[in-house]
Write a protein that binds this ligand. Structure first.
Ligand code: NA7
Length: 537
C-alpha cells in the first residue's frame, strides 16, 4: 500500500481543524487534513437551513490569533448568518493558503495507534492510509446529525431534510404543507422563516423551549470601524471571560433583588436580547428558587406574545431556565399567531408513524409535502464515534467510553491509552458552554504548545495518565452536580438520543478558569501526562 508519512493528521476543516492546520504548518510540521465535505466550514458547511445563524454576537465569533485577519473582516449584523460565517472561514482558509493542504470529500474511517512504532495509522474512505505521530480531531461536538427512528420514514413520498445536512441549492417551500419536528435552536431559527413560505406549517414539539429575542440589527459603518480599534479588548474578553465573549457574571444573586428591581433588570436583558438574561445574575444555574423566578419571567413573556392561550400553554417550558442550551430567536413565538401555523404537542399525542403523505400522531394525520427534522445531534461523542479510533492494545474509544458515565478525558483534550491523540472541543472541555471560537483558539494553542515543547525536549510520546483523567472526570461531574444543568434532559446530558446513557461530559467552570488550569498543567511540565522518549521503553 502507498502510505504517506507525516507529523500530524487533522480531521475536520471547521473552525478548529483550520486553525490547528495553520499552526502545525507555521511550526514547519508536515500535515494531512481530511474533511468529509467538499469545502471548509465544518458545521457551517452543513447547517444551511433557512434562518441559520449563530447565537454568539458576530464580533466575538471569529479568530483573534491574527490581528490582520480580525481587522480586514467586517461582519454585517449583530448575529452572523450561516452564509457569512462560511464566507469568513473560506476567507481565512484562502488567506493562509490552507485549502491545498486539505483533502476534501474524504472521511476518516479508522485511526489506530501502533504501539511498536508509536505512530498512528489513519485510514480514509477512499482507501488511503497515512502514518503520523500526532492524531488530532477537529470534528466538532454537535455535528453527528440525529434523525429519529420513526417507523415509515422510507415510505414518505415528499422530500425530507435534516437541518444539519441541508441541501446546497435553495429549498423552496412555497405553497407546500411543511412539517418541522424539533424545537431546539435549529427549529426555533427555521420555523419563522419556513412559515413565511409554506402554505401550512405543522410544528411537532416534544419539549417546549425558552427563547429570548435576538434583537438583531445591521452594524453601522461607524460601529464596524470602532470594532477594529477594539481588537485588544475583544481578544482579552474572549480569552479571559467565563464564556468567551463580553459577558461576565456580576455579584448579584437572583433573590438579592426585590421583585420590582428583578423585573426591571430582566426586562432590560429581554430588550437587549440574546444572552443578556443568562448573565444578569450569578446564581441562575445553581439556585432553584432564583432560577424559577427568571423562568417565570420568560414564561410570562411567552403567554403575552402568543394569542391563543392553549397554544401558549403548550409552548411554555417548565424546566430550569438556561439548562438546555439558551436559544435566541427572531419572531419565534409570534409565528404561532399566524393562521397557517399549527403546534402539535407530541408528548400529548405521540408520533406513531410517517405515512406516504404525512405524519400520523395518536390524534390523527397531518398531511405534508415536506418534512424537516430539526432533531439535533448525537452531541459530545457522536462525531468521534463515527470514526473507529483505536488506542493501545486495539482498544476502541467507543468501548472505552461505553456509556455516558464512562466518558473520561484529561482536560477534555486527551484520554489515557490514546497517546499523541488530541481532541479539539472534546468531551469534558467547557467549549459547548460558550462562544466556540474562543474555546477553539485556546485548545489549538495549548495542543500546539504541548507538541512543540515535546518536540523540543525530544519527547516522542505524550499520554494522559489514568489517575489524572479519573480525577478530571470526577471534578467535571462534581461541578456539574452543583448546578441545575443535570436536572434537565438535553443534548448536554445525552438524553436526546435514544439508548444513550446519561452523563454530563462538560466542564462547567467556565472558559477563563479552564484556561488557567491548562496553563498550570503546562507550567508544571505537563502534570498528569506521561511523557517519554521511545528509548525509555
Ligand atoms: P437540539 O437543541 O438538540 O434540538 C433538537 C430538538 O428536536 C429538540 O426540541 C428535541 O426535543 C427534538 N427531538 C429530538 N428527537 C425527537 C423526536 N424523536 N421526536 C420529536 N422531537 C425530537 O438541536 P438543534 O439542532 O436545534 O441545536 C443544536 C445546537 O446547535 C444548539 O444547542 C446550539 O448550540 C447550536 P427534546 O428537547 O430532546 O425533547
Amino acid at each position: 500500500m502507498n502510505r504517506q508519512d507525516v507529523d500530524a493528521v487533522v480531521v475536520g476543516a471547521g473552525f478548529s481543524g483550520l486553525y490547528m492546520l495553520y499552526r502545525l504548518r507555521e511550526a514547519g510540521m508536515t500535515t494531512r487534513a481530511f474533511e468529509a465535505a467538499d469545502g471548509v466550514g465544518g458545521v457551517w458547511y452543513w447547517n444551511r437551513y433557512p434562518g441559520a445563524r449563530c447565537d454568539s454576537e458576530s464580533i466575538y465569533y471569529n479568530y483573534t490569533f491574527s490581528k490582520e485577519l480580525f481587522e480586514e473582516w467586517s461582519w454585517s449584523s449583530r448575529y452572523p448568518e450561516q452564509p457569512e460565517i462560511l464566507d469568513y472561514l473560506n476567507h481565512m482558509a484562502d488567506k493562509f493558503e490552507l485549502k491545498p493542504h486539505i483533502t476534501f470529500n474524504t472521511k476518516v474511517m479508522k485511526a489506530s495507534f501502533h504501539e511498536d512504532e508509536d505512530r498512528w495509522y489513519v485510514d480514509t474512505e477512499s482507501g488511503e492510509q497515512v502514518r503520523c505521530k500526532y492524531f488530532i480531531t477537529g470534528v466538532g461536538c454537535i455535528s453527528a446529525a440525529n434523525v429519529p427512528d420513526i417507523p415509515g420514514l422510507d415510505r414518505f413520498e415528499g422530500e425530507w431534510y435534516h437541518t444539519g445536512h441541508w441541501p446546497h441549492e435553495k429549498v423552496d417551500f412555497t405553497g407546500e404543507r411543511v412539517g418541522v419536528v424539533g424545537t431546539g435552536s435549529s427549529g426555533i431559527q427555521s420555523i419563522p422563516v419556513i412559515a413565511e413560505e409554506a402554505e401550512h406549517l405543522s410544528v411537532f414539539q416534544r419539549t417546549p423551549q425558552y427563547s429570548i429575542p435576538a434583537n438583531n440589527y445591521p452594524y453601522s459603518e461607524e460601529f464596524k470601524k470602532q470594532v477594529k480599534n477594539d481588537y485588544d479588548t475583544i481578544r482579552r474578553q474572549m480569552r479571559e471571560s467565563v464564556a468567551g465573549l463580553k459577558f461576565e457574571y456580576g455579584d448579584r444573586c437572583v433573590l438579592d433583588d426585590s421583585p420590582e428591581k428583578r423585573y426591571e433588570r430582566l426586562q432590560d436583558g429581554w430588550d437587549k436580547g440574546g444572552w443578556h438574561i443568562l448573565f444578569t445574575y450569578n446564581d441562575l444555574l445553581t439556585n432553584e428558587e432564583g432560577n424559577e423566578k427568571v423562568a417565570s419571567f420568560v414564561q410570562d413573556k411567552i403567554k403575552e406574545i402568543v394569542d391563543d392561550p392553549d397554544t401558549a400553554e403548550k409552548l411554555t417550558p417548565d424546566h430550569y431556565y438556561g439548562t438546555k442550551r439558551a436559544i435566541v430567536d427572531t419572531n419565534y413565538f409570534e409565528t404561532y399567531n399566524l393562521p397557517h401555523v399549527t403546534l402539535v404537542d407530541v408528548k400529548e399525542s405521540p408520533i406513531q408513524e410517517i405515512t406516504e403523505t404525512g405524519v400520523k400522531t395518536s390524534e390523527g394525520e397531518y398531511p405534508l409535502d415536506a418534512l424537516v427534522f430539526a432533531t439535533g445531534f448525537d452531541g459530545m461523542t457522536g462525531s468521534l464515534f463515527k470514526m473507529d479510533i483505536r488506542g493501545r492494545r486495539d482498544l476502541s474509544l467507543k468501548d472505552k467510553w461505553k456509556d455516558g458515565e464512562a466518558v473520561r478525558t484529561y482536560l477534555g483534550l486527551a484520554t489515557a491509552e490514546f497517546p499523541n491523540m488530541f481532541m479539539l472541543t472534546g468531551p469534558e472541555s467547557p467549549s459547548v458552554l460558550g462562544n466556540m471560537p474562543a474555546a477553539i483558539e485556546q485548545h489549538v494553542e495549548w495542543v500546539m504548545d504541548c507538541i512543540e515543547d515535546s518536540e523540543e525536549e525530544g519527547v516522542s510520546v505524550i499520554e494522559a495518565e489514568e489517575e489524572a483523567e479519573v480525577e478530571w472526570s470526577a471534578h467535571c461531574r462534581e461541578m456539574a452536580e452543583s448546578t441545575l444543568y443535570i436536572k434537565t434532559d438535553s443534548w448536554y446530558t445525552g438524553a436526546n438520543i435514544e439508548g444513550k446513557a446519561k452523563g454530563f461530559p462538560i466542564y462547567v467552570g467556565g472558559y477563563g478558569p479552564y484556561r488557567t488550569i491548562c496553563d498550570e498543567v503546562r507550567e508544571k511540565n505537563y502534570e498528569g501526562f506521561h511523557r517519554y522518549q521511545r528509548e525509555e521503553l
